[in-house]
Ligand binder design. Structure first.
Ligand code: ZN
Length: 365
């Protein structure tokens, strides 16, 4: 199996288009054309992880954090990034990063896994990602509705939450007059033709626009296909940063802290003053999530679980919620399992391994 096959499956779950604009998710070293000898899942690609891949006989590392993040100007091994990249290139190891795109696909991603482990229900993104949905309107002669609509759905349009193949149709009359050299499907050039047509409308993720339009045009009988592709103001309900959900039953703050410690195995939880109110609504964001404190407050969350919170940012809690910093590695540690399970379920009888290398650079004393 080619590496590209594995990557395109991962991107069907966490499309690269969903990464943040500062990010560098995708294939960082190696080639999609290579035959894959096995996959190693990890949070970080350190030199030790590359060595682990070599010794365990796999040539694809699927990591959460991109080892090449803000560019490399020299590759002489003077820091851990350069050493990892050099080792990977020397030994033909492909490194693939699935980072904020995996954070942003809420249910299937990093935050969905954290929420499930904490027992949160009714989850939705804390900061929905806008500008990623489009509406397609196309006009089809009535007899050709089914093949065109099927092609549109097969290309990825028509998904709303847990429902697929969503569309709306309305019948009407289309007119057209072919110009010189045209070969109209019905009617004659130079004469205005009226045709019973169906207007099909459906929604699609913006990053699939080209694929859906090409599929529609290929299945459509007309020489020139009339369609409108429109940006939608609606946010994609399942795509965005962070997550907010609810506990089934309200819980005392101290007991909830205990649950967090059990789930994430964090030796030290840095948190703001307890409010004395029970916990029901809980926001969270795996990794560095200070940028969502204001969203957690606006959503009236009782708790906000994240990491890498700075001293002054803790003041923002203002007794309106409890901010709990559980550590960057601890918050994202289950991403290794998540990637492992996703790949193993899809690619049965293929070497998918979980890294045994402990990459957390932070120690607690
Ligand atoms: Zn992270």
């Amino acid at each position: 199996m080619q590496i590209a096959t594995i990557l395109s499956y991962l991107e069907s779950i966490a499309p690269l288009a969903y990464q943040e604009n500062y990010d560098n998710a995708g294939l960082l070293t190696g080639s999609g054309d290579w035959e894959c000898s096995g996959v190693l899942t990890t949070l970080d690609t350190t030199e030790a992880v590359v060595q682990e891949a070599i010794s365990r006989g796999v040539n694809l590392i699927v990591a959460h954090h991109p080892i090449i993040f803000s560019g490399l100007k020299k590759i002489n091994g003077s820091n851990y990034i350069e050493r990892a990249v050099i080792a990977a290139i020397k030994h033909d190891i492909a490194i693939y990063a699935i980072h904020t795109n995996l954070d942003n696909v809420m249910a299937e991603g990093v935050n969905g896994r954290m929420a499930a482990l904490l027992g949160l229900v009714n989850s939705r993104p804390l900061l929905p990602k806008g500008n990623n949905l489009r509406k397609l309107f196309c006009f089809v002669p009535a007899a050709h509705l089914e093949p065109v609509r099927n092609a549109i759905f097969a290309a990825g349009a028509g998904q709303i939450g847990g429902y697929s193949e969503c569309s709306f149709t309305a019948e009407g009359t289309g007119t057209f007059k072919g110009g010189e050299g045209s070969q109209p499907f019905v009617g004659r050039p130079g004469i205005r033709h009226e045709e019973r047509e169906v207007r099909v409308e459906t929604v699609l993720p913006a990053h699939l626009s080209r694929r859906v339009v090409e599929a529609m045009v290929a299945a459509h009988p007309y020489e020139e296909v009339a369609y409108d592709l429109v940006n939608m103001a609606n946010a994609h309900p399942g795509v965005g940063s962070g997550l907010i959900g609810e506990l089934r039953e309200p819980m005392e703050e101290i007991l909830f802290l205990e649950r967090i410690r059990e789930v994430f195995g964090t030796p030290v939880i840095r948190h703001t003053r307890l409010t004395g109110r029970p916990v029901k609504k809980c926001a969270l964001c795996g990794g560095a999530g200070s940028f969502l404190i204001s969203n957690a407050l606006a959503e009236r969350a009782d708790f906000y679980i994240t990491s890498d919170v700075k001293y002054h940012e803790f003041f923002d809690a203002n007794d309106r919620l409890v901010i709990a910093d559980i550590g960057h590695f601890e918050s994202e540690q289950f991403t290794i399992d998540l990637l492992f399970e996703v790949l193993r379920e899809k690619f049965l009888n293929f070497a998918v391994l979980k890294s045994d290398t402990k990459t957390n650079p932070v120690n607690y004393y």
